[in-house]
Design a protein around this ligand. Structure first.
Ligand SMILES: NC(=O)c1ccc[n+]([C@@H]2O[C@H](COP(=O)([O-])OP(=O)(O)OC[C@H]3O[C@@H](n4cnc5c(N)ncnc54)[C@H](OP(=O)(O)O)[C@@H]3O)[C@@H](O)[C@H]2O)c1
Length: 301
């Protein structure tokens, strides 16, 4: 895919805004503003789909506790979950309670059901599992019955039970509908799929989010893991060091974060060493338009 003029200009803007030096040891993760509130959000978070859907055994829980510790130690805060992710919400809630770190987390979860009453019951259950009386971001998962849930979400926001509202999807075939919904209402957040080999959102959805002041969470930055697996046998390009990357994971996350419309990327992981690796993409400089063009040309998947 070649760069369009508008994409080039957005990326050139991103390069101009990036810090001029590479990350120093001990540097804190960068943050970006949530447009609707001005609140600063750390740019790398943690997804929980499959990776946090585990039982109560210490062998399963301990690595996930370390993942969250690594996230916070790196200056990150965003944890994304959903009632669709099996036991993940409960695992996150238990681990935050045990570590006493609820106040370090920006908790994002979702409503994923049909009907007003079912939505209310599900959100109450999410709060119980997450062990909190206030969710930072409630998203309508895959747009399921969004018109029905929105009045409840607005009412709960007014009551302080939810701080911010959003919508999500994960596949290009839904982008037309996502665009319509982004235009139909005022959302604090949109969550969408974006990766080096999955760039459809560059054309319309990222510019639209910027235009309408909607913060963007990016899911599946590693293509659900498949993109990283394909690249893992290949040596890192010699120019990776120019943007402070020492792994393919960091390189793929910096590709996503080069877009200024992106507020935070939420790679899923069950492994503390992967969380530490991913968090490093929140430091230093991001690829400029010249390097992005080279990335998309040379990293043909
Ligand atoms: N509709 C929606 O709203 C929607 C849809 C999809 C996803 N999401 C959200 O977005 C999050 C991210 O998407 P995703 O989890 O599907 O896919 P992803 O982040 O693209 O990939 C996750 C996979 O990458 C591996 N991984 C992570 N960091 C790594 C590293 N540094 N080195 C090597 N492997 C690494 C993980 O395995 P390890 O456990 O081995 O690290 C995991 O298998 C989800 O967890 C979920 O919270 C939302």
């Amino acid at each position: 895919m070649t760069l369009t003029r508008s994409t080039f200009l957005q990326l050139a803007g991103a390069a101009a805004l990036a810090p001029a030096t590479l990350a120093q040891p001990g540097a804190r993760m960068q943050t970006r503003k949530i447009p609707s509130t001005g609140e600063e959000l750390p740019v790398v978070g943690c997804g929980t789909w499959q990776t946090f859907d585990v039982g109560p055994s210490p062998a399963e829980r301990a690595p996930r506790a370390e993942v969250l510790k690594a996230l916070f130690e790196a200056g990150g805060s965003v944890i994304d979950s959903s009632p669709m992710y099996g036991k993940a919400e409960g695992v996150v809630g238990d681990l935050l309670a045990a570590a006493g770190t609820r106040d370090k987390a920006f908790l994002a979860t979702k409503v994923w059901t049909n009907g007003r009453d079912a939505g209310i019951a599900q959100m109450k259950e999410s709060m119980r599992r997450l062990r909190t009386d206030r969710i930072d971001l409630m998203q309508i998962h895959n747009l399921v019955d969004w018109r029905t849930h929105l009045p409840t979400l607005k009412a709960w926001k007014a009551e302080g039970r939810l701080r911010l509202l959003g919508i999500t999807h994960y596949t290009e075939s839904a982008h037309g509908e996502l665009e319509t919904v982004m235009k139909a209402e005022r959302w604090d957040f949109v969550q969408l799929n974006y990766a080096l080999d999955d760039r459809a959102v560059e054309k319309r959805l990222l510019p639209l989010a910027q235009e309408r002041g909607i913060a963007v969470l990016v899911n599946q930055p590693f293509g659900g893991g498949g993109l990283l697996r394909k690249l893992s046998g290949r040596p890192l390009p010699d120019w990776a060091g120019e943007i402070g990357c020492s792994s393919w994971a960091q390189l793929l996350l910096k590709f996503v974060l080069a877009q200024r419309a992106v507020t935070c990327v939420i790679p899923g992981t069950s492994k503390p060493e992967h969380m530490r690796d991913n968090a490093k993409a929140g430091l230093g400089v991001y690829p400029d338009a010249r390097l992005l063009e080279r990335m998309t040309r040379e990293i043909a998947i």
